[in-house]
Design a protein around this ligand. Structure first.
Ligand SMILES: O=C(CO)[C@@H](O)[C@H](O)[C@H](O)[C@H](O)COP(=O)(O)O
Length: 225
């Protein structure tokens, strides 16, 4: 990989003089930003290796369980807050409308603004996912919850509801797993060992894309990864 030490300075000062107003140090700031970008890229590679090494067997086993659920008519429900809410949407989209392989029934519980706001307004944000699972979830379905801290109450409550309903429960968390790890509630918990919310979110994409690929393979829809 080429080094990123040099800032993209050529012509920048001429093209965007307002950027430099009152910022004599901007070039060194840009250089530092480039260096730090390279370090972050290296960190995300390291984290992905760590989670792959620590969880290879669990990922394969989990994907096998997911394939069994889908083959028996199960559906996947994904949920999370903030950046994890859009990750939940990507999880659902990847399973429902993949670039190749089988289209599988999957829904994000973060996507319907009317449902999310009504439940939050009328009942409380803590139950925004649990209430949806109480209405939609059935024995044999799959719950995928993402939380970088592992501590969001609405994610924990959703998993409690999913467990009551006999759903397969799969959590993605960061750091040391937070409350999701402490509660020891889940069938599978994949932890990204970082305290950076952004690095955790980046590594979590790899976890759920690998789960997607292994599940499709277990269903005979795509070749072995
Ligand atoms: O980091 C971002 C966006 O990248 C934030 O929006 C972040 O997702 C939000 O603060 C969430 O509410 C954090 O919740 P959680 O991941 O700890 O469950």
């Amino acid at each position: 990989m080429g080094r990123l030490e040099e800032p993209p300075a050529k012509g920048v000062r001429e093209l965007y003089p307002f950027l430099y107003e009152g910022r004599a140090d901007l070039e060194s700031v840009l250089a530092e930003a480039c260096r730090s970008t390279e370090e972050k890229a290296a960190e995300i590679v390291r984290l992905r290796w760590q989670v792959a090494e620590a969880s290879a067997d669990a990922l394969m086993e989990c994907a096998g369980e997911m394939a069994l659920r889908f083959a028996s008519g199960g559906r996947l429900f994904a949920f999370g807050n903030g950046g994890s809410s859009t990750d939940a949407q990507e999880v659902a989209t990847a399973f429902l409308h993949p670039p190749c392989g089988l289209s599988l029934p999957a829904l994000s519980l973060t996507s319907d603004v009317a449902v999310v706001t009504a439940l939050s307004n009328d009942v409380g944000f803590d139950v925004v996912f649990a209430r949806q699972l109480a209405a939609l979830g059935r024995h044999g379905d799959i719950a995928v919850g993402l939380s970088t801290s592992g501590g969001s109450t609405n994610v924990v409550r959703a998993f409690e509801e999913a467990t009551r309903r006999g759903m397969l429960t799969i959590g993605l968390a960061g750091d040391e797993g937070g409350r999701l790890a402490e509660l020891d509630l889940l069938d599978y918990l994949f932890v990204i060992p970082s305290s950076s919310v952004h690095r955790i979110q980046e590594a979590q994409t790899t976890v759920y894309h690998v789960l997607w690929e292994l599940t499709q393979h277990a269903l005979g829809a795509v070749p072995a990864p």
